[in-house]
Design a protein around this ligand. Structure first.
Ligand code: OGA
Ligand code: MN
Length: 289
């Protein structure tokens, strides 16, 4: 059985992320080890465990040590076909895949690239954590990119911090991966929520930027042109290499991130090749500045 001294920690990049070895996540880990993982998670934001043999039940059992498991969010009827997968039978599991059986997607998120986003950022309580396990991978691409949004906050000029303090922004999603929602139309049937532009992480007490290119569309109460310019400035900064860790997947990787401070995206991969990751989440809570 693993003890805290078995854990070996190797930083994954200068920006964020750490690879943790010396542990088998199938084990019924002692609370002290879970506490140490939680501490490392707060420090590194993204944790990578290689060579893990995990059934769906074992993945859920491990994730459940960190809080209440998140339920897959149901899209409104009009958008449902963009999100449903015929093999998604467990409400706590989402299959991140481009695989189809008899022409029907078995999971969600399809092929190619995906813009930077926050998981369920359009909801009142975005997931706290996302935990993804690699089952089938393409020969190239399909890397997951993570931005450290604490560092983005710290890098903002003081005037911009002052300008955005106390502001909220609209997060909205219609389940497309590289397309923004048109918010000049009636958005009442599209999942959306206003969150503070800056959040204080409830456990670390540190401030972070909480916007993303895919889903954040407007800064409330700001002139639309200025809002667009300001958001683009934040997105460009967030996605610059100094703040990003690019995870190149290997089979049996378990990658888990703090969804409040790791805005993430995906690089392109060929649609002819299968990619399958098994995702679960931990429920979140409303966020505050
Ligand atoms: C996710 C996600 C990225 C990927 O599962 O939430 O954004 O690399 N996945 O498929
Ligand atoms: Mn995601």
């Amino acid at each position: 059985m693993a003890t805290t001294t078995d854990l070996k920690v190797t930083p994954a990049s200068d920006a964020l992320g750490a690879e943790i070895s010396g542990i088998d996540l199938r084990e019924d880990l002692p609370e002290a080890v879970i506490d140490e993982i939680r501490r490392l998670w707060q420090e590194h934001i993204v944790l990578v465990f290689r060579d893990q043999e995990l059934s769906m039940e074992q993945q859920l059992a491990f994730a459940g040590r960190f809080g209440e498991l998140g339920e897959r969010k149901r899209a409104p009827d009009a958008l449902r076909e963009r999100t449903e997968g015929i093999y998604q039978t467990n409400e706590n599991i989402l299959l991140v895949t481009n695989i189809k059986v008899d022409g029907e997607p078995i999971g969600a998120f399809g092929d190619a690239d995906m813009w930077f986003h926050i998981d369920s950022g359009y909801a009142e309580k975005p997931y706290k954590y996302t935990i993804l396990y690699g089952l089938e991978l393409p020969s190239k691409g399909g890397n997951t990119l993570f931005a450290n949004t604490y560092k983005v906050y710290d890098a903002l000029p003081d005037e911009l911090k002052a300008k955005l303090a106390g502001r909220k922004a609209l997060h909205i999603h219609e389940y497309l991966r590289t397309e923004k929602v048109d918010v000049t139309k009636d958005i009442s049937n599209s999942p959306h929520y206003y969150h503070p532009v800056f959040i204080t992480h409830p456990e670390t007490g540190k401030k972070a930027v909480f916007v993303d290119r895919l889903m954040t569309r407007l800064i409330e109460g700001m002139d639309p042109d200025e809002s667009e310019r300001t958001l683009n400035q934040l997105f460009d900064l967030m996605e610059s290499p100094e703040f990003v860790y690019e995870h190149v997947w290997r089979l049996k990787d378990l990658v888990m991130w703090d969804n409040r401070v790791a805005v993430h995206g995906r690089t392109w991969f060929p649609k002819e090749e299968n990619r399958l990751l098994r995702r679960c989440t931990v429920e979140g809570e409303p966020l505050h500045e």
